[in-house]
Design a binder for this molecule. Structure first.
Ligand SMILES: [Zn+2]
Length: 196
């Protein structure tokens, strides 16, 4: 049976992540070339929500707030027009930060707004320019000058960094203890995901 050291496994995971990052970089470069301001995922969700915007009756209640009422159920949500983008008190918006059907409806009703599909209506979390790989993609396309001292991280540098980080890790000898720590971390991650 083949056995691998923790370092070999970590290196394998690192190269796997690196390959995924390269695929992401290539996708972002493609979007920049096509002058897109958000991803196809955002586009599909946004269009899907906008399709339902005719279901609501919108009323300006002042202070940059709009009441968005479902014409059938009467359920009411509040859309606020504040920087950096319009927000809604519905769970869909709070969970995804994507423009929900209430926001799309309020934008259409608000005369001080431009068209629905404007980057100003999109939370910065989804704007392409804020993607962690956007700068790298721009530099790679020759649309932005590289910053810093001009040196780039070589694969060797990355490997050396990985070894340095690995050597600082301390792992409990007891299998039960390792399991308990992982289980604890998993519970914390789950809680963070639920309350995010
Ligand atoms: Zn909403």
């Amino acid at each position: 049976m083949l056995t691998y050291s923790l370092f070999q496994l970590a290196t394998h995971v690192f190269h796997h992540v690196e390959r995924i990052e390269n695929e992401k970089l290539s996708a972002i470069k493609d979007l920049i070339v096509r002058k897109e301001k958000w991803s196809p995922y955002v586009k599909s969700k946004w269009e899907e929500h906008a399709k339902h915007s005719a279901r609501f009756q919108c009323t300006d209640t002042g202070d940059d707030k709009w009441e968005v009422r479902n014409k059938v159920s009467g359920k009411c949500n509040i859309v606020e027009f504040r920087s950096p983008c319009p927000s809604c008190d519905c769970n869909r918006f709070k969970a995804s930060l994507l423009p929900c059907s209430h926001i799309c409806s309020a934008i259409t009703a608000n005369p001080s707004c431009n068209e629905v599909y404007d980057v100003q209506n999109l939370h910065p979390r989804w704007r392409l320019v804020y993607h962690p790989l956007h700068r790298m993609a721009m530099v790679s396309l020759g649309l932005m000058a590289p910053t810093g001292n001009g040196t780039t991280n070589s694969v060797d540098d990355a490997d050396n960094t990985a070894i340095a980080i690995y050597s600082t890790l301390t792992v409990p000898k007891s299998e039960t203890k390792r399991y308990n720590i992982l289980s604890q971390l998993w519970k914390q991650a789950m809680q963070q995901a639920v309350h995010a």
